[in-house]
Design a protein around this ligand. Sequence first.
Ligand code: FES
Ligand SMILES: [Fe+2]
Length: 415
Amino acid sequence: MAGAQGDGRAYGRTAGTWDPELVQVGAGTASGELLRRYWHPVGRSAEATTVPREVRLLGEDLILYRDLSGTPGLLEPRCCHRGTTLYYGAVEDEGIRCPYHGWVFGADGVCLDQPCEPDRGRNKERYRQPWYPVVEYNGLIFAYLGPAEKQPVFPRYDIFEDMNDEEEEIVIIDHFAFGGPTEAPCNWFQTHENAMDPYHVFVLHTTHSGVQFNPNLEIWPAIDWQVHPWGVTSSQDRKLPDGTTLHRITEVRMPTVRVIATPTLTVLGKTNNLSWTQPIDDTHTRVFAMVRKPRGSEAQGLPVYGEGKTWFELSTEEHQRFPGDYEAQVGQGEIALHSTERLSSTDRGVSMVRRQFKEQVQIVAEGGDPVGVEFDEAAALVSVVAGNYIISSETDLSEVPMGATLGSRLDNPSS
Ligand code: FES
Ligand SMILES: [Fe+2]
């Protein structure tokens, strides 16, 4: 941003602002209401236990628990009787018992017992603890925080279908940016849009900090982006030393899903992982990656820093010398200041993601249904396209996602 001074010095510069339609997650905000039309991860399945747990999603404090019959529940903490917190409640066969006067609530909020009332509550079913519906999927718990009449079916993804349970397993990785801490102190949108920023793979992950993923990513790619009804993809084509072409496709899906072609290049063809961003509140974010892999094998995709260290092993100075996604994205501030940015030609993908998100914010504000929500169970299965596709002269380009323009763009990367 130019300063108020004609020579650009910092004195007198104005404070930047963020775009509320991109970053606000709270109930009643325009973007928060869009987010409330989708299912979001709220924790690992293993985090829903008989010990109530405080969780936060879209700026709402909630209690996650699992009753003794195995049903997970997500309730408002403040008991609807006189408001103490269910964090200190006792989980029972069906529901959770408030510690103060013993009312019991099921996962649907219905009061099941009022031990101090006549006949243990003659009208107890009239009392309902505020609750949200949850779904368990491959080791994650998802919640829907929106209006009942707009609750979509829970989407499943083709890359996790037809598992061979004897040979394959699904693991959840919730290190921020695949290597850092579980939670990042920044707004969710700045990590989400990063998935459509392929140039940072070349700089941040390959040349600036040394090779954090696969050395072939050092080859300068031809990059393009495509807008789809459901999200945005980027394709990055690199001519490999053996004469084949690496055609990488990365996708983001409305609102918080990103599907990454494994940057270690250990998985070829359609990718094996998908991530959801959990907007905890306006300034805190958790990301869950679901990875399908052969049993017992390493989970792919972890970056290395410096001399083969993990993110946690780095000293403060090494974090400076080998920054990765955590440093770059948290480094944008608690909430990125959009008004001070200078978007350039390499930011087209980021602009596309923002534009599409804001369009959907408007659609919901005007009473419509956003993209990617389905109300028919038959439409619950989603097919992703992201992956690392190796193209040779024998490859039938019509079988490669977004492969048609490949050759011309490689010969003339700037086109
Ligand atoms: S405050 Fe929960 S039962 Fe009284
Ligand atoms: Fe990255």
